[in-house]
Write a protein that binds this ligand. Structure first.
Ligand code: COA
Length: 230
């Protein structure tokens, strides 16, 4: 990746990288612990997605840090959220993968959470909503669209992932109104966040949440091409 350098022009910049899952994607940058994780994944398809996602993540972060991909110091918090363990950098990241696509979010000086889901009409989405969503969201989805169900899902996961809480916290703890403008400000347990859906193109729903409710400019780009999609 020599010659490519990514940086933030403003602290409000948030970069969202889309990585299409291709069979020929490089998967050679993994650390020893990542290789061990990869070997432990039973299903070949999942192993491939883990590997190409981590490789792309390392290549992307390397361009911000000015390091080789293998040198990017990725560590894991006790709650499972990966982070950069370098004291010299204020770069934060998060990653999500679904059938055919990986999303990597990168921010400066603030925590970030991202989620992407492939739209799947076979999912019993009304049943899932009744079980996990808030009363207002269930009412909103009555006679509604599958796309709205997935959009709400990704917003909920993005907010859980910015906090590092994962699915240890009930999804109905956060309730979103899709008929209100985004980005929306959220205050939760003494912290504030900004959250927004993302337009990735294709058959996907995606969202990003960042710590602090100050301004944020979300730019979606393709990896390894650099054309902004918007
Ligand atoms: C994090 C979580 C919500 C991901 O959900 P998902 O839709 O299956 O998967 P996604 O593709 O969106 O995200 C997976 C990625 O999120 C990141 N991630 C893992 N744990 C995370 C957390 N707690 N917070 C934020 N991001 C996390 C990882 O990069 C992971 O990718 P990887 O496994 O390839 O490294 C889910 O895995 C989860 O809840 N895990 C349990 C976390 C937990 O409760 N830990 C408690 C330990 S005490």
């Amino acid at each position: 990746m020599a010659g490519i350098a990514n940086s933030f022009k403003n602290s409000s910049d948030i970069h969202l990288w889309l990585i299409e899952h291709r069979n020929d994607a490089p998967n050679r940058f993994l650390s020893e612990p990542e290789l061990a994780r990869k070997q432990a994944i039973r299903r070949e398809a999942k192993r491939h997605v883990f590997s190409l996602s981590r490789s792309a993540l390392r290549q992307i972060l390397a361009t911000y840090l000015g390091l080789d991909p293998q040198e990017v110091p990725i560590a894991v918090m006790p709650n499972g959220k990966p982070f950069l363990s370098s004291e010299k950098s204020d770069i934060y990241f998060n990653l999500s993968h679904t059938g055919g696509l990986t999303l990597v979010g990168v921010a400066s000086g603030r925590q970030i959470g991202v989620d992407v889901e492939k739209l799947d009409p076979r999912r019993p989405w009304q049943k899932i909503a009744k079980r996990f969503y808030s009363e207002q969201e269930i009412a909103f989805l009555e006679g509604g669209k599958m796309e709205d169900f997935f959009q709400l899902w990704t917003l909920k996961e993005a907010i859980l992932k910015v906090r590092g809480e994962g699915l240890s916290r009930p999804l109905r703890d956060f309730s979103f109104s899709l008929d209100q403008p985004f980005p929306q400000k959220i205050t939760d347990r003494g912290m504030s966040f900004l959250i927004s859906p993302l337009h990735t193109g294709g058959n996907y729903s995606a969202a990003v949440a960042v710590e602090k409710s100050d301004d944020a400019t979300f730019t979606v780009k393709k990896w390894p091409n650099f054309d902004p999609l918007a």
